[in-house]
Design a protein around this ligand. Structure first.
Ligand code: NA7
Length: 538
């Protein structure tokens, strides 16, 4: 009696990005469950489908920012150490070829309600386009950047030129040659767009509220022959990376900043800076993110290096001020290639929105509090996301009392291990809050969590468990652990999406677990090995 748009499954996954695809593969191909994906967008790739703005590029290196499965990497070759969005999209085509992903996806299928029936132990999930799925398991894999954020500036709809948020960029090129362009925001997105546009546009206006403490990317073109030789070591390489603090191929250095002499310290910083990428962040002295004095030393080095690249004294003070805007690494540093050389050019202007906030957008441009109207033809809005939790709140997820997740979390968000929520039986979050999500290499944490979710479901299936629900106590003690670890770091000293403090009115708390992958894995393993520790089963 059910309509053809109603499907019955073992597991429904929401989202076809890195994590949704991994779970589709694990649950379908290893556990042999019936599984489908509802994806709001028109194709697979998640973040790498949506974020096609100019210069979009990943900040974790190849071959690590990828699935660790030999089945996937043996027939794939990377072109660059830090691949751009186009290369990553092509990678997803490759993943589809090897893992057969698209055939089990429903695209343009945005979920707007999910309710659980305690009698049948089934989730019922509805989409905006009229699809309905019932499933024993619900996996929420919507990523940390699925809800974009635009401040409510007056007049924004009146702008007569071209205006896009970075996550809603059109297919094809936006031509900036001969134009005046503006970029609002200096997160990774704003830095990447500026670095591209400043090369082409007549005049570029970068609206900066807080300088980004960018690190040199040290991009490399990768050689296919070398990669095929290296593949002999990939199995071990991926396993080794899974046990480091951030899933990278290096660790925080087990020494404190002041243990070294000033000369040795300078040489150490210099080496990390030369190596590039996140080395200066995650391979730095172990006390970098815990100790403000240590952190200040690192900042001074960073500022010296950066200031030496900028000739304009006003820009130098805006981009790399002598007083740190916030501790180093408390916000995610962007990886740049020639950003500082580009913004140093006379036809690139930095508009300081800390001193003069944006007050409105007019048909001809952007007005700041000093009364100036900056006239431009094109605006890139790079103001980021209601990160990590925003996407979850759009799904209409209801707990067993019928209360929406938005209501449950209005004063603060909590989970058990970042993967389960009390009152939401058989629902698992992947790459979400209170996990090492954005404080680790994405695919590494996605696989760690995906393996855990697969194991727990496998246990439930083999032991005939109908449902598991995280207890309030387990949730509250995980919440405490997440906050205790975060409060020992410098992260709460910056306003950023890491703390939820980029969104007006959002509860301020650490959205990541910052205790590192090894401790996280241990906590997760305990929950399975000790007979569903922290869950009630029935
Ligand atoms: P981010 O990192 O959240 O950056 C958003 C930027 O927009 C940031 O520089 C903000 O300034 C700025 N912003 C936000 N609201 C305003 C207002 N009202 N006025 C002026 N400037 C504003 O987002 P991204 O898209 O760059 O990157 C998100 C992550 O995705 C990134 O870390 C990658 O890992 C992937 P602020 O710094 O708060 O002063």
């Amino acid at each position: 009696s059910r309509s053809p748009s109603h499907i019955n499954l073992d597991a429904l996954i929401i989202g076809a990005g890195f994590s949704g695809i991994y779970l589709l593969h694990k649950l379908r191909d290893e556990l042999k469950l019936s599984v489908k994906i509802f994806e709001a967008k028109s194709d697979i790739g998640g973040t790498w489908h949506a974020n096609r703005y100019p210069g979009a590029r990943v900040d974790c290196p190849a071959p690590l920012y990828a699935y660790s499965s030999q089945k996937v990497w043996k027939s794939w070759t990377w072109g660059e150490k830090y691949p751009n969005q186009k290369e990553l999209k092509t990678y997803f085509d490759h993943v589809d070829k090897v893992l057969n992903v698209r055939k089990d996806c429903f695209f343009n299928s945005e979920v707007n309600s999910a309710t659980y029936d305690e009698v049948s132990c089934q989730w019922t999930v509805h989409t905006v386009n009229g699809k309905v799925a019932t499933a024993k398991y619900l996996v929420v894999a919507v990523g940390f950047a699925s809800k974009s954020y635009v401040p409510d500036w007056k007049g924004i709809a009146s702008f007569k030129g071209t205006i896009y948020h970075s996550a809603h960029w059109p297919e094809g090129d936006v031509v900036v040659k001969g134009k005046k362009v503006a970029i609002i925001g200096t997160g990774s997105t704003g830095i990447q767009i500026t670095q591209e546009w400043a090369k082409e546009a007549d005049e570029t206006f970068l609206f900066q509220r807080t300088p980004n403490l960018c690190l040199p990317m040290r991009q490399q073109q990768l050689d296919a022959g070398q990669q095929s030789k290296d593949k002999g070591g990939y199995e071990k390489y991926f396993v080794d990376c899974q046990s480091t603090f951030a899933g990278l191929d290096y660790q925080p250095t087990p020494r404190n900043t002041m243990d070294d002499s000033p000369t040795d310290r300078e040489a150490f910083y210099e080496r990390l800076y030369e190596l590039g990428g996140f080395r200066f962040w995650f391979n730095n002295y172990q006390d970098l993110i815990f100790n403000t004095t240590a952190n200040r030393e690192a900042y001074e080095f960073w500022a010296r290096k950066t200031r030496s690249r900028i000739t304009d004294p006003i820009k130098r003070d805006l981009l790399a001020p002598l007083e740190p805007p916030h501790p180093f690494g408390a916000k995610r540093p962007s990886l740049e290639q020639d950003f500082y050389e580009q913004v140093d050019k006379p036809n690139v202007h930095i508009i300081d929105t800390k001193s003069h906030p944006i007050v409105e957008v007019r048909p001809e441009g952007i007005v700041t509090a000093d009364g100036k109207c900056h006239e431009v033809d094109i605006i890139a809005v790079a103001t980021g996301f209601d990160a990590v939790t925003g996407g979850l709140m759009l799904l209409g997820l209801k707990d067993t009392d019928g209360i929406d997740l938005c209501e449950r979390w209005k004063d603060g968000m909590s989970t058990y291990l970042g993967m389960a929520i009390s009152g939401f039986p058989n629902m698992f979050l992947s790459y979400s809050l209170q996990a090492p999500t954005a404080f680790a290499n994405g695919p590494t944490i996605i696989e760690l969590q995906g393996n855990w979710i697969t194991s727990i479901i496998s246990r439930m299936e083999s032991e005939g468990v109908r449902s598991i629900t995280a207890t309030k106590e387990a949730e509250s003690s995980w919440n405490d652990e997440v906050n205790t670890v975060a409060n020992a770091t410098v992260l709460p000293l910056a306003n950023s999406w890491y703390m939820g403090s980029n969104i007006p009115g959002k509860p301020v708390q650490s959205l990541n677990y910052i205790g590192g992958l090894p401790t996280y894995r241990e906590r997760c393993d305990n929950a399975i090995n000790r007979d569903f520790l922290g869950f009630v089963k029935n």
